[in-house]
Design a protein around this ligand. Structure first.
Ligand code: AMP
Length: 211
């Protein structure tokens, strides 16, 4: 099954995608990860995206949609769309892309998390520069501060997890991404789940939905 995982920044989309990859063999298409890789590799796409990302703003729809189209055309199936679509225009473009390729989405799963919890998760989040493992300074610290347990690389704060950028990202979410809930409610594929629980409990519920 192909699914969409959506919700505010910090709702746990990345964490749940990692669990689904590990334990159910699904493939992740994370637009945020794709942009971060493009920035790291200094590609044209990275140059286009960086300014928007550093400010906590959305990368323009045409850039994101073009990138997702390329990934879908590469033949990936049984996928989780993580962080895409993020606007109703992207949702409409995705419908068209899927239709053209005779593909479909089985579920659009929304992770519901209260605003104060999102802020706490984002401000405390730290990420390994090498392998991308995600930590949290309180709930999941690395064994040695600043050093990744998995690969030994440096663990840092994402540029867009700085407090002033977090505010913009959460506002951007409210303005552009929250309306997607109605878009998917109307499609009959929408499921909202309580994301304010430990990762395993959330995962069990998602697993039940994708089987
Ligand atoms: P994420 O890792 O999903 O939190 O995404 C990090 C940043 O990448 C976002 O704040 C946006 O600047 C950009 N981004 C990721 N996905 C999208 C998207 N679907 N549309 C526009 N911008 C995006």
């Amino acid at each position: 099954m192909n699914i969409i995982l959506f919700g505010a920044p910090g709702a746990g989309k990345g964490t749940q995608s990692s669990l689904l990859i590990e334990r159910s063999g699904m493939k992740q298409i994370s637009t945020g990860d794709l942009f971060r890789a493009a920035i790291k590799n200094k590609t044209d796409l990275g140059l286009k995206a960086q300014g928007f990302m550093d400010k906590g703003q959305l990368v323009p729809d045409d850039v994101v949609i073009g990138m997702v189209e390329e990934v879908l055309k590469s033949g990936v199936r049984n996928f989780i769309l993580d962080g895409f679509p993020r606007t109703v225009a992207q949702g409409e473009a995705l419908d068209q892309l899927l239709k053209n390729m005779s593909l479909s989405i089985g579920r659009a799963i929304f992770l519901e998390v209260p605003m104060n919890v999102l802020e706490e998760r984002l401000t405390g989040r730290r990420v390994c520069k090498g392998c991308g493992t995600v930590y949290h300074i309180q709930s999941k610290p690395s064994r040695v501060p600043g050093v990744c347990d998995v690969c030994g690389n440096e663990v840092v704060q994402r540029n867009d997890d700085k407090p002033e950028v977090i505010r913009t990202r959460l506002q951007t979410y409210a303005d552009y991404t929250a309306p997607l809930k109605d878009f998917y409610r109307n499609s009959g594929k929408f499921v909202s789940i309580d994301g304010d629980r430990g990762p395993e409990a959330v995962f069990e519920e998602i697993l039940g939905l994708v089987k």
